[in-house]
Write a protein that binds this ligand. Structure first.
Ligand code: SAH
Length: 391
């Protein structure tokens, strides 16, 4: 039987509920299976720890599936999917746009599933999930009964697993551009061409906060993508909102959403580099009552951390200088390697250089349908600080 025997002492993290086994923690492999096959995991003394999906060519060689000995067949995955869909405010039929399965944190390592109305978008990130792809697709069809399932398997983590990159309909067909409903707002989502699976579902609750803060303010939304924050701020009663993004395609989607919600007259969009735009506004002495910064991850690894922190500090410093007295900065980072203490320290340094004093009104994270597994800090990646300028 395919079995991983961990080096002695390396079982502690697994016993504490962390789902990963690193390659260098394995002492011995018995009856090695194909990449992605499910193995029994035992500690150095032979004690059974559970079952994991295993890919020995990846640094993360094992991903725990269960601590039990039950069969990991199609019914097992169907149960896991139904359990995931029943927690974190999700149901089989709603909300209209949400994350239904968040990988490890939903006990389905390497699997992401998002709902956009009657379309599901699936991302399979590991060889283990690729092997059970058919069971997953059929369980999703059975449980959710979507119109179609689209696969966004065109993401780089797959390369580390030796998987090819591809995208397309896995089942069914139809348009890949569609409208979703979030509260009383409609957003245009392009699942084939958009970032992530099409929309930043992880910012949903933070969009609500921005909506609640925007009334009567001139708002600047940097890195606005398809206008999630821009449109929410306008709907919340902002006097004006300017959305800036480097991608002309994203700006076109943002304009469609502003229009659809009848908010175009208070929204302007610009296809530009946010770093340049922030510098130009500073030179022009422009002031805003609310600035939103939601840049892409400046680093995906530990190596580039210093450069990333410099980048975060630069945009935050510039944004802080642009705030009118009493102005609010909503500032985010989705780089997992920049942890919350580091992010706050960077903000302190930026505030000191900007000669501004702030209250930290809230320190937020990703939406509840992207659950954080307490035992696995890697599952908490989004930081969103809400700062209010005192003068
Ligand atoms: N705030 C968005 C998500 C932002 S994702 C939302 O809630 O939906 C990051 C965005 O930054 C992407 O749309 C990307 O096109 C854009 N981007 C990356 N580098 C940029 C730059 N230098 N200037 C402006 N936009 C940039």
């Amino acid at each position: 039987m395919f079995t991983l025997r961990l080096a002695s002492g390396k079982e502690a993290r697994v016993l504490a509920g962390h789902p990963w086994i690193y390659r260098n923690e394995i002492a011995r492999v018995e009856d090695e299976g194909e990449p992605g096959a499910i193995a029994h995991v035992r500690d150095g003394r032979g004690r059974f720890l559970g079952q994991a999906m295993v890919n020995l060519r990846s640094q993360i060689a094992g991903r725990m599936l269960t601590h039990g000995e039950e069969p990991t067949n199609a019914a097992f995955f169907e149960d896991r999917i139904r359990e995931a869909v029943a927690r974190c405010g999700r149901t089989l039929r709603g909300p209209d746009a949400c994350r239904l399965i968040f990988g490890e944190a939903d006990h389905l390592p390497g699997l992401i599933t998002d709902r956009y109305g009657d379309l599901l978008v699936v991302q399979i990130l590991t060889a283990g999930m690729e092997r059970v792809r058919e069971a997953i697709l059929s369980a999703l069809r059975e449980a959710i009964q979507p119109r179609a399932i689209y696969e966004r398997n065109d993401v780089s983590p797959r390369k580390l697993e030796g998987l090819e990159l591809r995208k397309g309909f896995a089942w069914g067909e139809g348009e890949t551009g569609l409208w979703i409903q979030e509260g009383d707002l409609s957003f245009f989502v392009e699942v084939a061409e958009g970032q992530k699976t099409g929309f930043f579902l992880d910012q949903r609750e933070n969009r609500q906060v921005v909506k609640g803060l925007a009334a009567g303010r001139d708002v600047l939304d940097c890195f606005c993508y398809s206008g999630g924050f821009t449109v929410s701020a306008a709907a919340g009663g902002a006097t004006s909102v300017m959305g800036i993004d480097l991608s002309a395609e994203a700006i076109a989607w943002a304009e469609r959403s502003a229009e659809q919600n009848g908010l175009s007259s208070r929204c302007t969009f610009s296809t530009a580099n946010a770093f340049d735009a922030l510098r130009a506004f500073d030179r022009e002495d422009r002031r805003f009552g609310l600035v939103i910064l939601d840049p892409p991850a400046f680093t995906k690894g530990k190596e580039a951390l210093e450069g990333a922190l410099r980048g975060y500090k630069e945009i935050n410093l510039r944004a802080m200088k642009l705030l009118a007295p009493g102005g609010i900065l909503v500032t985010c980072s989705c780089s997992y390697h920049v942890d919350p203490p580091m992010f706050l320290e960077m903000l302190r340094a930026a505030a000191a250089d900007a000669h501004r004093e702030f209250h930290l009104r809230e320190f937020r994270t990703q939406a509840g349908d992207h659950p954080i597994l307490l035992a696995a800090r890697e599952t908490q990646y989004l930081k969103c600080a809400i700062l209010e300028a005192l003068i």
